[in-house]
Design a binder for this molecule. Structure first.
Ligand SMILES: [Fe+2]
Length: 196
């Protein structure tokens, strides 16, 4: 992290911590965090720093760079760098609140709804309820259990993600709409990374 990106990032962490201390209701807390993340994404030093961030694999388990974990409130800041034309599985984030901020590149986000709830094990019918493009500066708020997928476009995409807690150690839902399958697996592997 350069000195400039470090100070933009520190300002973000400090404002996020103030917000976590004063707002306990998750809906309000995460809505109010959104403009703070937008401000971070708009800082040119973060964009400059991101040119060096390594690609994250999207194999059986995705990888996320782990920039920060808050010792008191538990929230984390992740980086996710996708190679062009990379699509995630359709998934949810379980109970974890997420703000997905796009720093670079264009992504398509798909949203789904589940049509039935656990009538049969390993079974899920879902239907797509939205599909939209996001680009630099856009922030998508992903509440608990919201079902979605993301796909990068023709270029590498970079996202800065804030999550209520570190993922990877608890199960998240996965969906196969063609075969109407539901299963769970662990979330992204966390790769500690110092921005530079
Ligand atoms: Fe996701």
């Amino acid at each position: 992290m350069t000195r400039q990106s470090q100070s933009a990032f520190s300002r973000f962490i400090s404002s996020a911590r103030d917000l976590f201390a004063k707002e306990q209701k998750p809906e309000k807390r995460w809505a109010q965090l959104e403009p703070l993340l937008r401000e971070l994404l708009a800082d040119p030093s973060i964009s400059m720093s991101s040119k060096n961030w390594p690609n994250c694999s999207q194999k059986d388990r995705a990888e996320n760079l782990l920039f920060y974990e808050d010792p008191e409130f538990g929230f984390v800041v992740n980086g996710l760098i996708k190679a062009p034309k990379t699509r995630t599985q359709i998934h949810d984030h379980a109970h974890n609140w997420t703000l997905y901020g796009v720093l670079d590149g264009i992504e398509t986000i798909e949203r789904y709804e589940r049509l039935e709830h656990g009538s049969k094990p390993d079974y899920a019918e879902i239907c797509q309820t939205g599909k939209f493009r996001v680009g630099p500066g856009d922030v998508d708020l992903v509440p608990p259990y919201q079902i979605h997928a993301e796909e990068s476009g023709e270029q590498r995409t970079v996202a800065v993600i804030v999550r209520a807690e570190k993922p990877g150690a608890f199960l998240q839902g996965r969906y196969d709409p063609v075969n109407k399958k539901y299963w769970q697996s662990y979330g992204p592997i966390q790769i500690p990374y110092k921005m530079k």
